[in-house]
Design a protein around this ligand. Structure first.
Ligand code: ARG
Length: 464
């Protein structure tokens, strides 16, 4: 009983099964560095307002530094009777400093403490994921440069639709990932608010200086409502969502590359160090990293769902349920971090099978849209032009030829005003060149976009 910081009012010891059930140190120990940083800032503030003497503050800072090293060197003893990382560090401080250590929890509760630690962790974790996303964007830009001149069939409904430049295709992922970065930045700004000083739920009667702590810890603002602090996990849920969205993007990319690298598609060769084999079929080279990237998305979505459900029934303010947030958000972070780590080298190491792609481009009449638009330019209403182009595709299909193989008379039968310039719209290269609208796949548009991304990704990071 003497072990417990809160034990004085109790007449009986805690059941060992309850200690096992309620502990969180087995997973929240990973917040140790953030807990120590926050405690140092808190102690410095207590000294500033006269609740600690300068000497006491110095002792605390030094002891916290020693505790940090002990944890980092694996010499620190964790025991579930001490519940969580906060109690462990406080107890270690008391063991070293006696009464001075007993002052660290002045004007503080574990409710605002855990929120502060988690906000610091979310902030760091966002920065790490953001850097990984930038690395992946760079990998796509690298591909975009290398694959210049290559044309791919773009699909809708998983049917060949229109020809596009490979460069345009890869830059599409840069756009998606940039929105992911925006979500992370938004989440970071809302997480970057000081919780400490809210104490348990009502604040404190002691003369603390919260702005001082916020400045020391680099928080952009001080939370204005202590009840909100005690209950708020929005920043955890937002981060879980931002991670789920990243996982969704990676999953759809992985799914596509599983297909593209199959013998059936044969569009892409994956780098061998990123493939695995079969224990029974000697010929197999399997895309397991891509499959697991797709598969692990399930747990990231599951974690988000778990967090949403966790919060939905809680009355204000802190409830112990909130302890369940950590394993879910840690798992989402670890999972997405690992997927992103492998995605960049995979993107860099794959090769397009240009011959196989070119063969597929030749069939499929991917130039039917630019033919239709040519007819529209000649004054034909869009619906009529669509019909005409459809009939010409049918003719080509029946003869087993490409649109560009049809004789001029066939085109003139559709529209007497057509001349040989119709052939300028046909074939994948010419069709690609014909798409000139902003954001389209035309070479000039795509060259602008490539330049934009190269400049953007070489500029210094601006997340705040
Ligand atoms: N381990 C707890 C958590 O993660 C810390 C806060 C505990 N607060 C309390 N009043 N019991 O939520």
């Amino acid at each position: 009983m003497a072990e417990k910081a809160w034990g004085a009012v109790f007449e009986q010891a805690t059941d060992a099964r309850v200690e096992k059930f309620t502990e969180s140190v087995s997973f929240d120990r990973r917040l140790y560095a953030h807990d120590i940083d926050a405690s140092i800032a808190h102690a410095q503030m207590l000294a500033k307002v006269g609740l600690l003497s300068p000497d006491e503050c110095q002792q605390i800072e030094q002891a916290l530094g020693d505790i940090r090293r002990e944890i980092e060197q694996g010499r620190f003893q964790f025991k579930i009777e001490l519940e969580d990382i906060h109690m462990h560090i406080e107890r270690a401080l008391i063991d070293r400093l006696g009464d001075v250590g007993r002052k660290i929890h002045t004007a503080r509760s574990r409710n605002d403490q855990v929120s502060t630690d988690l906000r610091l962790w979310v902030r760091d974790s966002i920065d790490r994921i953001d850097a990984r996303i930038v690395a992946l964007q760079k990998a796509f830009v690298g591909r975009a440069e290398r694959d210049q001149g290559c044309i791919l069939p773009a699909y809708t409904h998983l049917r060949r639709a229109q020809p596009v430049l490979a460069t345009h295709y890869w830059l599409c992922y840069c756009e998606k990932l940039e929105r992911d970065r925006g979500r992370l930045a938004g989440c970071r700004s809302r997480a970057n608010v000081l919780a400490l000083g809210a104490a348990a739920v009502a604040g404190t009667s002691l003369p603390i200086d919260r702005q001082h702590v916020a400045t020391k810890l680099g928080f952009g603002a001080v939370a204005a409502n202590s009840i909100d602090v005690s209950s708020d996990r929005d920043f955890v849920l937002e981060f879980a969502f931002a991670l789920a969205m990243i996982a969704e993007h990676l999953s759809t990319w992985a799914e596509e590359w599983v297909l593209w690298s199959s013998e059936e598609f044969d569009f892409l060769s994956l780098p061998q160090p990123f493939c695995t084999g079969s224990s029974i079929m000697p010929q197999k080279v399997n895309p397991d990293v891509l499959e697991l990237t797709r598969g692990k998305t399930a747990r990231v979505i599951g974690n988000l769902t778990a967090l949403l459900v966790l919060i939905k029934g809680l009355p204000l303010a802190y409830n112990r349920d909130l302890q369940e947030d950590k394993e879910r958000i840690f798992d989402s972070f670890d999972t997405v971090d690992a997927c992103l780590e492998l995605a960049a080298p995979l993107v860099e190491g794959a090769e397009l099978n240009r011959n196989s792609i070119a063969a597929r481009l030749d069939a499929g009449h991917l130039d039917a849209t630019t033919l239709m638009e040519h007819l529209i330019r000649h004054g034909m209403p869009q619906r009529t032009a669509h019909d005409m182009a459809g009939k010409l595709v049918r003719k080509a299909l029946n003869r087993g030829v490409r649109l560009s193989d049809l004789p001029l008379e066939e085109f003139q039968a559709a529209d007497a005003l057509l001349d040989a310039s119709v052939y300028d719209m046909l074939g994948p290269e010419q069709a690609v060149r014909a798409f000139v609208s902003y954001g389209s796949t035309a070479p000039a548009q795509v060259a602008d976009q490539l330049l934009h991304w190269k400049q953007k990704l070489n500029a210094p990071a601006t997340i705040s």
